[in-house]
Design a protein around this ligand. Structure first.
Ligand SMILES: [Zn+2]
Length: 83
Protein backbone atom coordinates (compact mmCIF):
# COMPACT_ATOMS: atom_id res chain seq x y z
CA UNK A 1 0.00 0.00 0.00
CA UNK A 2 1.25 3.43 -0.93
CA UNK A 3 0.74 6.31 1.42
CA UNK A 4 0.77 9.68 -0.26
CA UNK A 5 1.74 13.09 0.97
CA UNK A 6 0.93 16.34 -0.83
CA UNK A 7 3.84 18.70 -1.24
CA UNK A 8 4.01 22.10 -2.85
CA UNK A 9 6.91 22.28 -5.23
CA UNK A 10 8.20 25.70 -6.24
CA UNK A 11 9.74 25.88 -9.67
CA UNK A 12 11.60 28.73 -11.32
CA UNK A 13 10.36 29.43 -14.86
CA UNK A 14 11.25 32.04 -17.44
CA UNK A 15 8.32 34.46 -17.69
CA UNK A 16 9.79 36.72 -20.34
CA UNK A 17 13.09 37.56 -21.98
CA UNK A 18 14.19 41.19 -22.13
CA UNK A 19 16.44 42.32 -24.97
CA UNK A 20 19.50 43.87 -23.35
CA UNK A 21 19.94 46.35 -26.21
CA UNK A 22 16.44 47.81 -26.74
CA UNK A 23 14.48 46.57 -23.71
CA UNK A 24 11.87 44.73 -25.79
CA UNK A 25 9.97 42.15 -23.74
CA UNK A 26 9.52 38.75 -25.32
CA UNK A 27 6.88 36.68 -23.57
CA UNK A 28 7.00 32.95 -23.15
CA UNK A 29 4.39 30.62 -24.63
CA UNK A 30 3.82 26.96 -23.80
CA UNK A 31 6.34 26.14 -26.55
CA UNK A 32 9.03 28.69 -25.67
CA UNK A 33 9.61 32.36 -26.43
CA UNK A 34 7.06 34.02 -28.76
CA UNK A 35 9.96 34.99 -31.00
CA UNK A 36 13.50 33.76 -31.25
CA UNK A 37 16.31 35.49 -29.38
CA UNK A 38 20.09 35.31 -29.33
CA UNK A 39 21.38 34.25 -25.93
CA UNK A 40 25.07 34.81 -25.20
CA UNK A 41 26.88 33.53 -22.14
CA UNK A 42 30.61 34.00 -21.85
CA UNK A 43 32.79 32.71 -19.04
CA UNK A 44 35.86 34.89 -19.32
CA UNK A 45 39.12 33.14 -18.69
CA UNK A 46 42.68 33.78 -17.69
CA UNK A 47 43.73 35.34 -20.99
CA UNK A 48 41.18 38.15 -20.69
CA UNK A 49 40.83 41.27 -18.57
CA UNK A 50 37.64 39.78 -17.08
CA UNK A 51 39.11 36.56 -15.68
CA UNK A 52 36.58 34.79 -13.48
CA UNK A 53 33.58 36.81 -14.69
CA UNK A 54 30.53 35.43 -16.49
CA UNK A 55 28.67 37.80 -18.81
CA UNK A 56 25.21 37.01 -20.18
CA UNK A 57 22.86 38.90 -22.45
CA UNK A 58 19.95 38.39 -24.83
CA UNK A 59 19.15 40.17 -28.08
CA UNK A 60 15.91 40.30 -30.03
CA UNK A 61 16.16 39.55 -33.74
CA UNK A 62 15.97 43.22 -34.77
CA UNK A 63 18.90 44.15 -32.51
CA UNK A 64 20.84 41.13 -33.71
CA UNK A 65 20.36 42.28 -37.31
CA UNK A 66 21.51 45.82 -36.45
CA UNK A 67 24.63 44.59 -34.66
CA UNK A 68 25.77 42.08 -37.26
CA UNK A 69 25.41 44.76 -39.98
CA UNK A 70 28.40 46.45 -38.34
CA UNK A 71 30.63 43.36 -38.63
CA UNK A 72 33.55 43.75 -41.02
CA UNK A 73 33.43 40.00 -41.63
CA UNK A 74 29.88 38.87 -42.30
CA UNK A 75 28.13 36.22 -40.24
CA UNK A 76 28.42 32.74 -41.68
CA UNK A 77 25.04 31.51 -42.86
CA UNK A 78 23.71 28.16 -43.89
CA UNK A 79 20.28 26.73 -44.40
CA UNK A 80 19.25 24.16 -41.84
CA UNK A 81 16.78 21.38 -42.37
CA UNK A 82 13.47 22.10 -40.66
CA UNK A 83 12.62 19.27 -38.31
ZN1 LIG B 1 16.22 44.42 -29.08
Amino acid sequence: MYKFITREIKRKEVEEIVCNRCGKRIHMTAHGPEEDVLHVEQHWGYFSKKDGECHKFDLCEECYDEIVKEFRVPVERREEAIV
